[in-house]
Design a protein. Sequence first.
Length: 163
Amino acid sequence: MDAKRLAKLAMLTTAALIIFTFEAQIPAPTPIPGIKLGLANIITVYAAFTMTGYEAVLILLCRIVLGSLFTGTAVSMLYSLGGGALCIIATIILAKVLGPGQMWVASVCGAICHNLGQLIVAALIMGTAAVFVYLPPLMISAVITGAFTGFAAQYLANRLRRG
């Protein structure tokens, strides 16, 4: 990996971490656990479409680990890793299938997978499938927030492409 590529990875990781840390300070918009904008995923979607899958995974992992150290607990890291793993897999696969103008589609699917991953982790930690009662509102939230972050990632890609 050359220095220019490494610098881009570092800048995107830093941007995602700053966004994540800032968003962690915003009170939850609803009493339903797990609903938030997920603005740091703008960087994740952008990376999945413009970089290699490996690089996108590195950015996500660094953001999750460092973000959890700065703002959360070990348990919150488990939720983030579970959701992030399913999200990045779906996003990378869709990035290979969809055109660059359809980042929002991959972002919506990634948000849905992220919420599913977090619910799976919650069910394992709590030892009950009762947490899946949150599935319907989380899916609605995922479609809305995923579309927003996907369109934002598309805007970012267009702006950076133009120089």
